[in-house]
Ligand binder design. Structure first.
Ligand SMILES: Nc1ncnc2c1ncn2[C@@H]1O[C@H](COP(=O)(O)OP(=O)(O)OP(=O)(O)O)[C@@H](O)[C@H]1O
Length: 334
C-alpha cells in the first residue's frame, strides 16, 4: 500500500514535486513552541498541485497544531511555511489560495443553508453566482431552504467544506473532516473530497484518524509523533495491491540459541514464506520485512514455523503497521 519508509522525513525526495512545478505548499524546517512542554519541530515537506497529504498520529501528537501553523493562524519560531510561494502568516497574499476546515464549528441558529452559503461567500468576498455550483457539487442543492442546524452530521461537514472553497482556493486544510460521523456520512464526505481532488485538482492537507480517508485520498502520508513528522511516505496508489511493504515483524524464539546455531535453516524457511521480502539476524532475534502489513501475517508466521517445530516466545510489529498508526496505536513500543 505504501511505497517507502524514510526517517527522518526531511530526507525524502518523494515529497518534492516535479521540477518546474511550484509547490502549492512548502514547509521547511518548521519549529514552534505550542506550550511549555510541547513543540512542533522537524517538519519538512512539499505538496504539489492536486496532491493530498494525510497527517496521522495518535491523540496529542500535534496534528491540529501543525495545521494551525500551516494555515498561518499560528506563527513559527523558526522555519517557513509557504502557500503558493507566500509566507503563511502573510494573510493578504495567502487568503485567496487557502481554504480552512477546522475541527468544530458552531452553526448559527435560524439560518437556512442558502442564507448561510451566501453569508460565507460574502465573508470571503467571492462571487455569489458560484453558490449553485458549490451546492450541487456537495449534493446539497435540495437543502437550500433547510435550517443549517437541522442538517445531518455529514451534510453539515460538507457545508463547511464547500464554504471553505467559496473563493476558489488551491489548497484545503481540513482537520479531521470525518471525525464523529457514522460510516455512511463518512463515505459521503470522502466521496465529496475525492471529487474536489479529481475535478478541481485541489491540493489537500487532511489530519485524520480514519483509515478510509487515507486509503481514498492520500498521495502522501505523514506520521506525527511528539510534535515531529517522524515518517513521510508516498503511497503508490496505482499498484497498492502489490507494492513493497515497509512493515517489519520482530521474532523472538523460544530456543534462544536457534538464530546463532541454525541460522541457515531458519533463514531459508523464512525466505520461503510468500510474503517475506527479507529476513535479517539481530542478535537472538530476527527482523522479518514483509510485503503487506496485514495483521494476519503474525498468525501465518507463527503457524508456518510451528510446522517445523520452531516455536516463538514473542512476535510483534517492529515498526507499527499503517493501520495502528492511523488509529493512534503502535507508536512508542519500539
Ligand atoms: N492552544 C493551545 N495552547 C496550549 N497548548 C495546546 C494548544 N493546542 C494544543 N495544545 C497542546 O499541544 C499538544 C498537541 O495537541 P494537538 O491538538 O495539536 O494534537 P492532535 O494530534 O491534533 O490531537 P487529536 O488527535 O486529539 O486532535 C497537546 O499537548 C495539546 O495539549
Amino acid at each position: 500500500m505504501f511505497s517507502s519508509t524514510v526517517s527522518p522525513a526531511a530526507s525524502l525526495p518523494a515529497a518534492v514535486p516535479a521540477a518546474g512545478v511550484a509547490p502549492v505548499l512548502e514547509v521547511c524546517g518548521l519549529r514552534a513552541a505550542i506550550n511549555q512542554r510541547f513543540a512542533i519541530a522537524g517538519v519538512d515537506f512539499s505538496l504539489g498541485r492536486g496532491e493530498t497529504i494525510a497527517i496521522i498520529g495518535r491523540n496529542g501528537s500535534g496534528k491540529s497544531s501543525l495545521l494551525r501553523l500551516l494555515s498561518g493562524l499560528a506563527s513559527p519560531d523558526a522555519g517557513t511555511v509557504r502557500i503558493a510561494g507566500h509566507a503563511s502568516t502573510d494573510w493578504n497574499k495567502t487568503a485567496r489560495h487557502l481554504g480552512l476546515v477546522q475541527q468544530s464549528k458552531e452553526m448559527p441558529a435560524h439560518t437556512t443553508v442558502g442564507e448561510y452559503v451566501l453569508q460565507q461567500i460574502d465573508l470571503r468576498r467571492a462571487r455569489r453566482d458560484s453558490a449553485p455550483r458549490l451546492l450541487a457539487m456537495a449534493g446539497l442543492s435540495d437543502f437550500l431552504k433547510h435550517d443549517v442546524a437541522a442538517l445531518s452530521g455529514g451534510n453539515r461537514r460538507k457545508l463547511h467544506i464547500l464554504c471553505a472553497l467559496a473563493h476558489g482556493p488551491d489548497l484545503l486544510l481540513a482537520d479531521e473532516p470525518c471525525a464523529g460521523l457514522d460510516a455512511q456520512f463518512q463515505s459521503d464526505v470522502i466521496d465529496y473530497l475525492n471529487e474536489l481532488k479529481q475535478q478541481l485538482g485541489m491540493s489537500m492537507v487532511i489530519a485524520t484518524h480514519q483509515l478510509e480517508e487515507v486509503e481514498a485520498l492520500a498521495d502522501l502520508v505523514g506520521v506525527m509523533e511528539g510534535g515531529r513528522l517522524v515518517r513521510l511516505e508516498r503511497r503508490n496508489r496505482e499498484h497498492s495491491a502489490d507494492s513493497p511493504a515497509s512493515d517489519t515483524l520482530a521474532l523472538d524464539f523460544a530456543d534462544r540459541t536457534l538464530v546463532a546455531q541454525q541460522w541457515t535453516r531458519l533463514a531459508s524457511l523464512l525466505h520461503a514464506l510468500p510474503y517475506v521480502v527479507d529476513a535479517t539476524r539481530e542478535g537472538e532475534r530476527v527482523a522479518l520485512r514483509c510485503r503487506s502489513g496485514d495483521v494476519a501475517l503474525l498468525s501465518r508466521t507463527v503457524g508456518a514455523l510451528a510446522e517445523h517445530e520452531i516455536h516463538l516466545r514473542n512476535i510483534k510489529w517492529a515498526e507499527p503497521g499503517m493501520k495502528e498508526l492511523i488509529q493512534g496505536r503502535g507508536m512508542g513500543d519500539r
